[in-house]
Ligand binder design. Sequence first.
Ligand code: FEO
Length: 179
Amino acid sequence: MITKNVEKAINEQIKREEHSSRIYLSMASWAERNGYPGAANWLYVQTEEERIHMLKLVHYLNDRGGTAVIPSLDAPGSDFKSLPDVFHEVLKHEEYISASINDLYAICTKEKDYTTANYLQWYITEQIEEESTVRSILDQIRLAGDDRGGLFMMDKEFSTMATAKRAALALSGGANAVT
Ligand code: FEO
């Protein structure tokens, strides 16, 4: 059985993951409208991933005898200055999510809920990967330069990354893997 404090903290994380999905959806839509189909593709896949992160927590909480609360969400921002600006925002957001997972982990250990702490290891590893991916994207954007030509080449690279990301997601079972 899960404690009230852990239940509350997981519900807050459910909200953050769903909000992440919405933020990336807004960024994907911006990229699609602004001539970056590859980046849009990558961000649309990221939207799906975040939804899976949210669903995993919903199932986990319900399975442990808690109650997952499906939250209302604030509208994400939709006005971005440039493609580099979008990915700086992605990195900032992922760092915030990593910190929130660490806080959730700390609550679990304080409450001696080692089962949930153990479950959260998957999220800790996932955050390391997500931050690292976005940092390397920002490195590539920097190398491409901020002229349209460089970013156009970079956008082709995004398509390749999005295809690999979508395949990895399908291999892991996508949303079906979390039931
Ligand atoms: Fe689910 Fe990207 O944090």
